[in-house]
Design a protein around this ligand. Structure first.
Ligand code: NAD
Length: 317
């Protein structure tokens, strides 16, 4: 049962983070009543401060590893630090956030009958032997390495989502997110797009790990949020998992060139050793998202980078 004015009551966990803050904005403009839940581990009030005056927006400081009792129609579960620097800071808490967080949000969905969305990750594929990765690929993941708290936590969360669907008939939606970038990324979380932009803006050397030939795909945040909303509104029974990302592949060297072209300046490239378990290649196969959701990214890397550079320029000024 929706509330009296029939606005959809929507919970966004991790709502003060990079993706969560854009999602809260989008849901408010679509007419939802939004509860933004966050423990501010990596998120910040600055990301949602402009929403605080909106009567349909509510901010709640809470940790998803503890149960929550609210009445909801939809739950987007995004809470989890997403960059290696942050998720390796307290790896036990990272696993707890994914696993206990999923249990708590699924429990809430079970009690309220809410539709529940999980922000999973391309990291469930680990260091893949198949390119690009379709959803049917089971992945090649190290269970005991420094990245495992994140990768295995997210894999276990997916397991819980599908078990709650099978066992309790929950209405679940699971998206596997590939590298996403845009305004409100953390300036110093070690992710490649923010790293390169911040280094270029400060005139520092651009850090390239390995020979810079490893490739990644980069999806602009607006495209990703459109995908989330389409997935949440997709036909009942379509649970995914569905890949979302931009299939266009760029090497680290190509990305560095694009950033330098937009920022200008005199930064040089500095080569460093490749970190443990760093995947050599990562590219989404988005055929399923195209077929089921009529979704594909529309923002070109150059355009998205321009927006992101503008954000960081203001942040660093
Ligand atoms: N950005 C990407 O490229 C990407 C790629 C794959 C998956 N994802 C997933 O998308 C989600 C959002 O990622 P993001 O890039 O916005 O990262 P982010 O770090 O900006 O956002 C995560 C948010 O979750 C909050 N959080 C962390 N632990 C929490 C806890 N225990 N309780 C409550 N809140 C908690 C943080 O404070 C932060 O606001 C994450 O689940 C991440 O794993 C993101």
């Amino acid at each position: 049962m929706k509330n009296y004015n029939s606005r959809t009551r929507t919970l966004v966990t991790g709502g003060a983070g990079f993706l969560g803050s854009h999602l809260c904005e989008r849901l408010l403009s679509d007419g939802h009543d939004v509860i933004c839940l966050d423990n501010f581990f990596t998120g910040t009030k600055d990301n949602i401060v402009h929403l605080l005056g909106n009567p349909h927006f509510e901010l709640m400081r809470h940790d998803v590893t503890f149960p929550l009792y609210v009445e909801m129609d939809e739950i987007y579960n995004l809470a989890c630090p997403a960059s290696p620097i942050h998720y390796q800071h307290d790896p036990v808490q990272t696993t707890k956030t994914s696993v206990h967080g999923a249990i708590n949000m699924l429990g809430l969905a079970k009690r309220t009958g809410a539709r529940v969305f999980q922000a999973s990750t391309s990291e469930v594929y680990g260091d893949p032997e198949v390119h690009p990765q379709p959803e049917s690929y089971w992945g090649k993941v190290n269970p005991i390495g420094p990245r495992s708290c994140y990768d295995e936590g997210k894999r276990c969360a997916e397991t819980l989502f599908f078990d709650y669907q099978r066992q309790h008939s929950l209405d679940i939606k699971v998206v596997r997110i590939f590298n996403t970038y845009g305004p409100r990324m953390h300036p110093n979380d070690g992710r490649v797009v923010s790293n390169f932009i911040v280094q270029a803006l400060k005139g520092e050397d651009i850090t390239i790990y390995g020979d810079g030939q490893q490739s990644r795909s980069f999806c602009y945040v607006d495209d990703m949020i459109e995908g989330f909303v389409r997935m949440m509104n997709s036909e009942a029974g379509f649970a995914g998992p569905v890949n979302m990302g931009n299939p266009g592949e760029f090497t680290m060297l190509e990305l560095a060139e694009q950033v330098l072209k937009i920022v200008g300046g005199k930064s040089k490239l500095a080569y460093h050793t490749l970190p443990t378990d760093d995947p050599k290649q990562r590219q989404p196969d988005i055929a399923l998202a195209k077929e089921k959701l009529d979704w594909e990214p529309t923002v070109a890397l150059e355009d998205g980078l321009k927006e992101t550079v503008a954000y960081f320029k203001e942040l660093l000024d």
